[in-house]
Design a protein around this ligand. Structure first.
Ligand SMILES: Cc1ncc(COP(=O)(O)O)c(C=O)c1O
Length: 387
C-alpha cells in the first residue's frame, strides 16, 4: 500500500544492508516481541521453552548474558536481575512462604540482613542468624520448617570463609536448600554447585562489570525444578534487566580473566605488606592464615580477588581510622567494589550484634588496577599520617 511520510516514520521502506557481523553481541532493546500470527501470541516466561514472548523476560542480549554466566558457574540455568540486591530478594520471594524459617549468617551483606529482618518478617517468615564459622554445627539450628540456608563466603567486611560442603550436607539432610552469595569469587574461583550449593547468586555489578558503571545481578540454579520455581516468581516480580547494561556485562566478561588475575596479584602483595605493619592488628584476606576460615579457602577456592579488610591495633581511635581513610591520594571512599579504582570504607561494627570485636577499627579495601607500588605508597603515607 502507499504510505504518507508520517506512516513511513513507523513503517519505512528504507533499510540498511544486511550481513553485518561484529565481535560484539548486539544490544536488543524491546518490550514488544512480534508474533508471526494471532494463534502464536502467548505470555510465557520460559524463553528457552517457547522462544521470545515479552521484553520483560529477556531479549537475546539478556539471555545470552544469562547463558554465559550459567556456563561459567556450571549451573543449569541463570536469571539476570536488575542488581545484586534484586537477586537476593528474588530468591527469597521465589522459595519462601509464610511459616517458613530461614538461616542467615551474621556476616551477610547488610541489605540482605535488612531484607530478611524488615521485609520477610512482615510475611510471617522466621529468620535465624548464625555464626559464619559454624560449619557442620548448623545442624543444631535447623528446624522442620527451615527452607533456606543462606551463605556468603567470604562474608561482607569481616571476610569469614565458610565451610560450605559441611553446611550443605546438614541442610540437605534436613530438607533445606542452600543459597550462596558468591559475588567475591566472581562465580569463578568457587565452584558453588560442586560444593553442594543449590542456588548461586552474584552481583554482576562487581567483577563481571568491573568498571563501576552499572548494576546487575544473577541467580543460577542446579536443576529444572528450581528453575521453574524461580522463573514463575521472576515473571511476576517484573525484574527486567536493561539490555544496555547486559551488553556492558557481556563486554566485561571478555576481560574478566585478565582483570581478576592482575587484581588478585596486587591485592595479595598489599595484604601481605599490610600484615607486616605495626599499626595493623589483623589482615582479613581469605588467602592469608590470619583470616577466619582460611583452611576452607585453601581447600575449596581456586583463587582470590581484590577485596579484603584490615583491623587497626586497639589504641587507634575512630578519628584516627577516619583520618587514615581521609588521607589517601589514590584510594577513593565509596561503596560497591571490584571496579578498576581502589576504594576504602571504614566501618564501625560496635552496634552490630554477634560480630567480632573489631568495633571502629576495621577498614575494607577494594584493590583496583592502579600500579601496586603506587597503591603501597598511598597506604604507607596514610599510615604515617596517623602514627
Ligand atoms: C556481597 C554482596 N552481595 C550483593 C550485593 C548487592 O549488589 P548490588 O549493589 O548490585 O545490588 C553487594 C553490593 O555491594 C555485595 O557486596
Amino acid at each position: 500500500m502507499s504510505k504518507t511520510w508520517k506512516t513511513k516514520l513507523i513503517h519505512p521502506d528504507a533499510h540498511a544492508p544486511k550481513g553485518f557481523q561484529s565481535l560484539a553481541t548486539p544490544t536488543y532493546r524491546g518490550s514488544t516481541v512480534l508474533f508471526p500470527n494471532a494463534a502464536a501470541v502467548q505470555d510465557t516466561w520460559d524463553q528457552h521453552a517457547v522462544g521470545y514472548t515479552y521484553g520483560l523476560y529477556g531479549t537475546p542480549t539478556t539471555i545470552e548474558l544469562a547463558a554465559r554466566v550459567c556456563e561459567l558457574e556450571n549451573g543449569y540455568r541463570t536469571f539476570i536481575t536488575p542488581g545484586g540486591q534484586a537477586a537476593i530478594s528474588l530468591i527469597n520471594f521465589a522459595f519462601l512462604k509464610s511459616g517458613d524459617h530461614i538461616l542467615v549468617p551474621e556476616s551477610v551483606y547488610s541489605p540482605n540482613r535488612w531484607f530478611t529482618a524488615k521485609v520477610l518478617s512482615r510475611f510471617g517468615i522466621e529468620v535465624g542468624f548464625y555464626s559464619p564459622t559454624i560449619g557442620a554445627g548448623i545442624q543444631s539450628l535447623l528446624k522442620k520448617n527451615t527452607r533456606l540456608v543462606w551463605c556468603e563466603s567470604p562474608g561482607s567486611i569481616t571476610m569469614e570463609v565458610q565451610d560450605i560442603p559441611a553446611i550443605a550436607e546438614a541442610a540437605h539432610k534436613s530438607g533445606a536448600l542452600v543459597v550462596l552469595d558468591n559475588t567475591w569469587s566472581a562465580g569463578i574461583y568457587f565452584d558453588a554447585f560442586a560444593h553442594g550449593v543449590d542456588i548461586n547468586m552474584q552481583a554482576l555489578t562487581k567483577y563481571v562489570g568491573g568498571h563501576s558503571d552499572f548494576l546487575l545481578g544473577s541467580v543460577s540454579v542446579r536443576d529444572e525444578a528450581l528453575y521453574q520455581k524461580l522463573g514463575a516468581t521472576h515473571q511476576l516480580l517484573g525484574f527486567a534487566a536493561s539490555p544496555d547494561d547486559c551488553s556492558l556485562a557481556l563486554r566485561g566478561l571478555k576481560t574478566l580473566a585478565v582483570r581478576i588475575a592482575a587484581i588478585e596479584k596486587s591485592a595479595l602483595t598489599l595484604a601481605q605488606w599490610l600484615s607486616t605493619r605495626p599499626e595493623i592488628e589483623l589482615v582479613l584476606h581469605p588467602a592469608l592464615p590470619s583470616c577466619p576460615g582460611h583452611e576452607f579457602f585453601k581447600r575449596d577456592f581456586t583463587g582470590s580477588t581484590g577485596v579484603f579488610s584490615i583491623v587497626f591495633q586497639r589504641h587507634f581511635t575512630k578519628e584516627k581510622v577516619h583520618a587514615f581513610v581521609n588521607s589517601f591520594q589514590l584510594f577513593k571512599i565509596g561503596y560497591s567494589w571490584a571496579g578498576v579504582t581502589s576504594l576504602a570504607v571504614a566501618y564501625d561494627l560496635s552496634s552490630r550484634p554477634h560480630r567480632p570485636d573489631y568495633t571502629h577499627r576495621i577498614v575494607r579495601l577494594n584493590i583496583g588496577l592502579e600500579d601496586t607500588s603506587d597503591l603501597q605508597t598511598d597506604l604507607a603515607q596514610s599510615l604515617e599520617r596517623i602514627r
